[in-house]
Ligand binder design. Structure first.
Ligand SMILES: Nc1ncnc2c1ncn2[C@@H]1O[C@H](COP(=O)(O)OP(=O)(O)OP(=O)(O)O)[C@@H](O)[C@H]1O
Ligand SMILES: Cc1cn([C@H]2C[C@H](O)[C@@H](COP(=O)(O)O)O2)c(=O)[nH]c1=O
Length: 211
């Protein structure tokens, strides 16, 4: 089972994931968590280039290719081997981030982005994607108040609004894979919703019914 958390800046993906994983492990699931960009030594080096606040000269196409390079490494080195061992892999961001940010955000051709994404991942698509939806003005305020500010955060608010709209469009297009959560709620409410959504997908209805 391959699960991804997606969403605009500051929606709570990174801070919610450890508690979600701990809860699932206590329930007996063999969980591996990872994040993007990063999750491998090579990917973490690429992440530094992408996130450095003073790398303002980066061209959107170079940016796209760097995100995809980090992902290709992560899929080959970590995600595919873990899935082959029947582990539950949960990634803090994955390919839909590229469609939302580099596609909708930068207004690049979506078909081209999808083709490059398929090349980078060998066509690996998540089983479940949770969109932690929040107004980017709220999410960016959360991040700024904590002093967590990177090159991507610094794009104008309109960019981040296009990203959010892109995510909502992706979720509308594929309701079987996507679940949208309201991430403007309290941390506790968001965590509880995450647990419910993931457990419902992990536990087949017949097992849940007999338990
Ligand atoms: N529900 C919430 N209410 C208030 N603050 C929150 C909530 N969830 C997360 N935060 C705070 O918002 C900030 C960003 O959270 P976090 O890093 O988990 O978001 P994120 O979705 O991973 O962001 P990004 O993808 O931009 O890194 C953190 O300071 C976190 O403590
Ligand atoms: C994978 C991926 C990420 N991004 C953006 C989204 C965020 O602004 C940063 C990652 O920071 P986080 O704190 O780890 O969430 O990168 C992107 O634009 N495209 C991508 O494919």
């Amino acid at each position: 089972m391959f699960i991804t958390l997606e969403g605009p800046e500051g929606s709570g993906k990174t801070s919610q994931l450890p508690d979600l994983a701990a809860f699932l492990r206590e329930d007996g699931w063999n969980v591996l968590t990872t994040r993007e960009p990063g999750g491998t030594d090579i990917g973490d080096q690429v992440r530094q280039v992408l996130m450095r606040i003073d790398n303002t000269a980066m061209d959107p196409r170079a940016e796209t290719l760097l995100f995809l390079a980090a992902r290709a490494q992560l899929v080959a080195q970590i995600i595919r081997p873990a899935l082959a061992e029947d582990r539950v892999v949960i990634s803090d961001r994955y390919g839909d981030s590229t469609i939302a940010y580099q596609g909708y955000g930068h207004k690049n051709d979506l078909n081209t982005i999808r083709q490059m994404l398929a090349f980078a991942t060998g066509g690996l698509i998540p089983d479940l994607t949770i969109l932690m939806d929040v107004d980017p003005a709220i999410g960016l305020r959360r991040k700024k108040s904590e002093g967590e500010w990177n090159r991507m955060d610094a794009y104008e608010l309109e960019f981040h609004r296009r990203v959010r709209a892109g995510y909502l469009e992706l979720a509308r297009e594929d309701p079987k894979r996507w679940v949208v959560l309201d991430a403007s709620q309290s941390r506790e409410m968001v965590q509880s919703a995450l647990r419910q959504v993931v457990l419902a997908r992990l536990t087949p209805p017949s097992v849940a019914h007999n338990a």
